[in-house]
Design a binder for this molecule. Structure first.
Ligand code: ATP
Ligand code: MG
Length: 428
């Protein structure tokens, strides 16, 4: 991609109405555009990162479920059926905006904040026998929530991306077995996203779903909204909301011995047991043809929040720093060519990299070296490659990792050979 064709310009100044690091940097670097508090457009660079995150999630979810895409709008009745129309405190509704629209329909609809009410009747329509259980479905979709606090950029949106998965089982044992498997798959996702080392399975309240604990996946971040009690030795944490004498007794733990840290919830899984199957009257036939309630689990993860968390964790004073697995491009090729010959060489290198299938952003703009380097640091692509009259006379191109202090000169042929296998360099 030629930077001259990106059309989105970087900015030096922080937007006046943002306080969070992630929103400030992502806006300055041209990854997102604010529409209102908690609502952002993902610009081309931002969408690339979001897609990379979602594709990693998708890859792992395909191991444990089938992807579908449910509706974002639903009729009010669906939410009345479980009684949650009156109780979910972030639920939003929508309807015709003006008189001419209301002439067409006066219906009101729910903008789904989660999808238990939608998925359960769908599965109930198809899966009625023990022979067909267990099944699980997931989606990656935009969710809507009437959040009170929306000052943390992508960490808390009123419109945000969620991966939600729902599993259906013939009994509690099968549900629990799947639940444990899902925990492992979740950790694989966070490892691939580059935040695995700092992400802890955290016991949290089951909300109104279950009397047991739910399990959050909390990533250590100074600016995280949650406080967790971390037991590093046992590789487990406890959300502050369950830190009390009752939990200490029940689990035989001592919260006094634990570290209190800030974290951000990047995932949350719940054993739903039969809450929704009972409310929606979903039963299956066992081998004796008796009707029994289906056991369910639900498994959420927040791709757009994860993008914000990664910014908060890795960005430095110069700008964004993307882990390789989700970076918008693998290489930032910068031409500082003055002579026609060097210009030609930079174009040649760009074309070669494209032919290798390398994701490369080519800064072919007519800007100063200083402006190009500042933009490159702000955008945060893991590897920078400079082609200049000076680098060529020193023997090749000048390469530098985003987080490294020093650059080095590598011969053009050698550099191209290293990247000839596409995404990653052949040396590591
Ligand atoms: P929180 O406690 O942060 O409000 P939640 O417990 O209500 O989140 P869940 O219903 O468990 O959220 O949603 C699943 C996942 O979706 C969360 O773990 C989080 O990663 C993400 N998520 C939830 N709410 C938001 C939001 N407002 N903006 C961005 N991501 C969100
Ligand atoms: Mg949660």
């Amino acid at each position: 991609m030629r930077q001259s064709k990106l059309f989105i310009k970087t900015r030096k100044e922080a937007p006046a109405d943002e306080v969070s690091k992630n929103a400030i940097l992502l806006t300055r670097a041209g990854f997102i555009h604010k529409e209102m508090a908690g609502v952002y457009t993902f610009l081309p660079l931002g969408l690339k990162v979001l897609n990379n995150i979602e594709n990693i999630i998708r890859y792992h979810m395909d191991e444990i479920g089938r992807e579908l895409l449910m509706s974002a709008l639903s009729p009010m009745e669906k939410w009345q059926n479980t009684g949650r129309l009156e109780t979910v405190d972030v639920l939003m509704k929508t309807s015709g905006a003006n008189e001419v629209s209301k002439v067409k329909s006066t219906n009101e609809y729910i903008l789904n904040s989660t999808h238990e009410e939608i998925i359960t009747p769908i599965v109930a329509e198809y899966i009625r026998s023990y022979k067909e259980l267990p099944v699980s479905f997931y989606q990656i979709q935009t969710k809507f929530r009437n959040e009170a606090r929306a000052k943390s950029g992508l960490l808390r949106g009123r419109e945000f991306r969620m991966k939600d998965l729902y599993s259906f089982h013939k009994d509690e044992e099968d549900m629990k077995k799947y639940y444990e498997e899902a925990k492992k798959v979740y950790m694989n996702v966070f490892n691939d996203l580059g935040i695995g080392d700092d992400t802890y399975i955290t016991l949290a309240s089951g909300g109104d779903f279950t009397k047991e604990y739910s399990h959050e996946f909390q990533t250590l971040t100074e600016t995280g909204e949650d406080t967790i009690y971390l037991d590093r030795k046992n590789n487990i944490a406890y959300n502050k909301e369950v830190v009390n004498e009752e939990t200490e007794k029940k689990l035989g733990v001592k919260f006094n011995d634990m570290e209190q840290v800030n974290a951000s919830e990047v995932g949350n899984i719940f054993p739903l047991n039969i809450k929704f199957s009972e409310a929606l009257n979903y039963t299956y036939a066992n081998d004796k043809d008796e009707q029994l309630p289906v056991y369910m689990g639900c498994y959420g993860m927040g791709p757009s929040r994860i993008m914000g968390v990664i910014v908060e964790k890795f960005a430095d004073e110069k700008g964004l720093v993307w882990p390789e697995s989700i970076a918008p491009y693998s290489l930032h090729l910068i031409s500082l060519a003055k002579s026609d010959e060097t210009k030609k060489k930079a174009e040649e290198i760009y074309e070669k990299l494209l032919s290798f299938g390398v994701e490369v952003l080519f800064d072919d703009r007519d800007e100063s070296a200083g402006a190009k380097f500042a933009d490159s640091d702000l955008i945060g692509i893991p590897m920078r490659v400079v082609v200049s009259d000076k680098s060529l006379s020193a023997g090749g191109v000048e390469i530098k990792e985003r987080v490294a202090e020093k650059s080095e000169i590598v011969g053009v042929e050698e550099f191209l050979k290293e990247w000839s296998t596409g995404g990653s360099c052949a040396c590591c």
